[in-house]
Design a protein around this ligand. Structure first.
Ligand SMILES: C[S@@+](CC[C@H](N)C(=O)[O-])C[C@H]1O[C@@H](n2cnc3c(N)ncnc32)[C@H](O)[C@@H]1O
Length: 249
């Protein structure tokens, strides 16, 4: 299925910044280090599907943890996937590691079954996260599990507050709804970007600056008001609220 215009815009934004993603994504790396702790041990060689590998923060950890697994590693954007291949390749493995450019909302039905499906900081970009994650269950083997990280309610509260105080409507992505039978744990991380420009540079450098669909762009005047308001009160502090979603049978 051809991705729609918004999905193509998201994919292009990531692809355009594939080479700078790593130097701007220390927080995504910390989130991957938490997500991997939710992934179970297996008493057999598992098949593992990763959705939205990006440049491979989580992939690297997965290849290290499961050195006897078969992997299918995917991302919608082939430039991100290619950086991941260059960085992670087969790891130290002799087993099968396949890489594909694929939309996680419309997985290839021929992928087969997996013991584990994992996805780091990707599903907030989906058109319909709940429905897509629900469909992933069809790709699980008996006792298969899903573990993912995504944006949780109230993320970037400092930026939201600055927008509110500046009378500017938020264009931030909504934190996605997950299937009701998924267990969710919240993780709170803080990062200091020195100032608003440092924060915006981080978002741009990770390809994550696409706004919510149909909300238009901030005008320069609006943006300047938000930057001023944020810098006066928060001086680079930013709170990341992360939801870790787990589905186990
Ligand atoms: C914020 S990055 C996270 C990358 C990596 N998992 C990490 O934790 O650093 C989000 C990734 O999701 C990918 N992505 C966005 N929409 C996607 C979709 N519909 N299907 C698969 N991947 C998608 C982007 O291309 C990007 O590489």
């Amino acid at each position: 299925m051809q991705p729609d215009r918004y999905t193509r815009t998201i994919s292009k934004a990531f692809g355009d910044h594939a080479k700078e993603y790593d130097e701007n994504s220390s927080i995504q790396k910390r989130i991957a280090e938490t997500l991997i702790t939710y992934c179970p041990d297996f008493d057999h060689a598992p098949r593992i599907l990763e959705i939205g590998c990006g440049t491979g923060h989580l992939t690297h950890l997965l290849l290290g943890k499961y050195n006897n697994a078969d992997f299918v590693i995917t991302d919608i954007n082939s430039d991100m996937r290619d950086v991941c291949i260059g960085k992670c390749g087969n790891g130290a493995h002799t087993q099968d590691v396949e890489y594909h450019a694929m939309n996680g909302e419309y997985l290839d039905p021929n992928l087969g079954k997996f013991d584990l499906i994992v996805s780091g900081m990707t599903v907030q970009w989906f058109q319909d996260t709940e429905c897509s994650v629900e469909k992933w269950k069809n790709f699980l083997s008996d006792n298969g599990q899903i573990h993912l990280s995504t944006l949780g309610d109230g993320y970037f509260s400092e930026w939201r507050d600055a927008m509110m105080r500046s009378n500017v409507k938020s264009r931030l992505l909504l934190s996605p709804s997950l299937p009701k039978d998924m267990q969710t744990q919240m993780l709170t991380l803080t990062e200091n970007y020195k100032n608003a420009v440092g924060f915006l540079r981080h978002l741009k450098g990770t390809g994550a600056s696409t706004s919510l669909p149909n909300t238009g762009f901030l005008t320069t005047k609006e943006l300047m008001r938000v930057i001023k308001s944020y810098d006066e009160k928060y001086r680079g502090e930013m709170t990341w609220k992360i939801a870790i979603g787990s589905w186990t049978p």
